[in-house]
Design a protein around this ligand. Structure first.
Ligand code: MLT
Length: 211
């Protein structure tokens, strides 16, 4: 049963129903909200606690996690500020709900803020599933995330995220020490059954590693 506390982000929370599974931090895409990825979370990590905040930035009324100047061109100062703000929310929510560090599952804009958080606030996340992510920060802080597992799923026909950009993000994370599994799927920007299957396998592995 969801019991949402008053924290610094509007959010949806579902407690774990099975022990020993890492909580998921669900991060929606542009125009989504805290309810968008809950069904996906239940499918890919049955029994895990689900923490799903709503992005605070509004673009024409559509929630996002940071400001952009136009599609694919980000206000990097805002990316940094918002990544820190979201990391603060995770700290708050972990204390309020008694959670371990979560694995982020982000789609599009949500994947981009998750990547930015990994590169700025390495303590915030235990790992990440980045669905259609792109490079969120061109100027990188010196960060070390040794062994942090990341699944990066990109679409070969994605009109928003070009392959070279996704590969650059994989390289940034790998250079920081993360263990990155980067797959190019026969998809566009939208998610497919392959995303669901691969994310489920990855998270089952993360559960075994934590056991
Ligand atoms: C972003 O703005 O984060 C990316 O361009 C993807 C999107 O949300 O459309």
């Amino acid at each position: 049963m969801a019991t949402n506390k008053a924290l610094s982000f509007i959010h949806h929370f579902e407690p774990a129903t099975l022990a020993g599974r890492p909580p998921l931090l669900l991060l929606h895409g542009t125009g989504g909200d805290e309810n968008d990825l809950v069904t996906l979370g239940q499918m890919i990590a049955p029994g895990s606690a689900l923490l799903s905040p709503r992005g605070k930035v509004l673009e024409g009324g559509m929630p996002r996690f940071f400001r952009r100047l136009r599609e694919g061109v980000f206000d990097e100062e805002d990316v940094r500020r918002r990544a820190d703000e979201l990391a603060g929310f995770i700290t708050e929510a972990r204390a309020a709900y008694g959670l371990d560090a979560p694995v982020a599952v982000g789609f599009s804009n949500g994947a981009n803020i998750a990547a930015a958080m990994m590169l700025r606030r390495p303590e915030a996340l235990a790992g990440a599933v980045l669905l259609r992510a792109m490079v969120p920060l061109t100027e990188l802080p010196a960060v070390s995330i040794p062994g942090t597992p990341v699944l990066l799923l990109s679409g070969i026909a994605d009109p928003i995220v070009r392959e070279d950009n996704a590969r650059r993000l994989a390289a940034q994370l790998t250079n920081a020490g993360a263990v990155v599994d980067h797959r190019m799927l026969p998809s566009a920007h939208g998610l497919s059954q392959a995303d669901v299957n691969l994310a489920r396998q990855f998270l089952a592995g993360a559960t075994e590693a934590a056991a």
